[in-house]
Ligand binder design. Sequence first.
Ligand code: UDX
Length: 439
Amino acid sequence: MSANDVRLGVVGTGYVGLTTGACFAHLGFDVVCGDIDQRKVDLLEAGVIPIVEDGLEEIVRDEHARGRLRFVLGSQAAATDADIVFLCVPTPQGEDGSADLSYIEQAAREIAPVLKSGAIVVNKSTVPVGSTIAVERVLERDDVSVVSNPEFLREGTAVSDFLAPERVVVGAADLAAARRVADLYASIDTRIIITDPASAETIKYAANGFLAMKISFVNAVAAMCEHVGADVAAVVDGIGSDTRIGSRFLDPGPGWGGSCFPKDSRALVKIAADHGYDFSMMRGVILVNDQQRHRMVDKVARAVGRHPSDLSGVTVAALGLTFKAGTDDLRESPAVAIISDLRTVGAKVQAFDPTTSGELSPIQMRTLANIEVVSEIDEVTDGADVLCVFTEWPEFADIDLEQLAQRLGSGSAIVDTRNLFDPERVKAAGLRYDGVGRR
Ligand code: UDX
């Protein structure tokens, strides 16, 4: 089977759908992406992508110009004529912590009547265990197979994660359909794991749960380091040298956030509970993450010599709003959550982020409605008592500390929730310093 013989449809052009569609076009497939938002479709057809994602815009432009990538309105237009249709619609968190399947089910309902006989529908969105079967039920098409092919894309590096994955997971009851989906990745040098749908769906949740656990673990170790006078960097170096542990994904910080870990870790607890298992370890991972956010508020209070329950009259300069560097995504950002907590106890917060210095998108405006966002980095320190680093943007690390000390006033403090600065240099500039788990 050559790429030219297979036509792909993608439903949903968010982070996952757009990356999937563009990268498959880059691999040589003919791809049609559908979205319900006409404005977004128009933008994409004009070669403008609505998100910050390294390398994606170039691929979208190139493949669109080559005629291998098109954007259309609606799921049906994407699915008609497609041999394989990827469902990449959101699965937001429902009120009880479970993943809300209504978008997936609606997309399946819409495409059911237009799917070619012999087509394959692929669940790429992170879906609860059992969703492959749920989509089959909604489709009511005996001549169409449903396959699970979870994504493991990180925002900011989604294109390279797609084109050079550490593994591809395909889950299906129909082995022939699984092989056809696996074949789409034939030109990529990677390990392909073919399994049943429930295992494929569980792999996605377990992977995110384990990664969240690593960060909660190191954040808990960092807290311990502060109590016993140890240094977390030395501890991570020491434990990370053991290849069974590894040193990657062990950077302490303000807690994990983003579009996946918070929602998937809660969904994992809920799915387990629904099936009669109390996943207490995962509950602990979430609890530690919540505590980490409170610990950051405590640090700010300590830095200004106040009790964390009352920060009235304190002005906090916040550097960073996105949930990590390299993305403009504010979803479940620890920065936004901590700023909200600081405001609740009376602090005035002024924030700067490189992705919010221009005109704000409607989503940014909604998320940041109650936060004073400044457009120049120098403005953030105006009248501030303490500076907090929330996102590890590399440009923050290059800030001239002497100038910063002049603007903040000597003796002021930096609370560095990403351990971005060298504490000695901060102190040499005349500022006090508090990081995470640093001696
Ligand atoms: C994650 C998974 O990595 C990816 O495989 C999955 O498909 C989607 O969810 P993403 O949400 O883009 O990707 O971000 P990631 O880079 O994994 O970081 C998640 C959060 O953990 C961020 O808030 C980040 O700042 C934090 N983090 C990460 C740490 O605090 N320390 C680390 O060492 C790594």
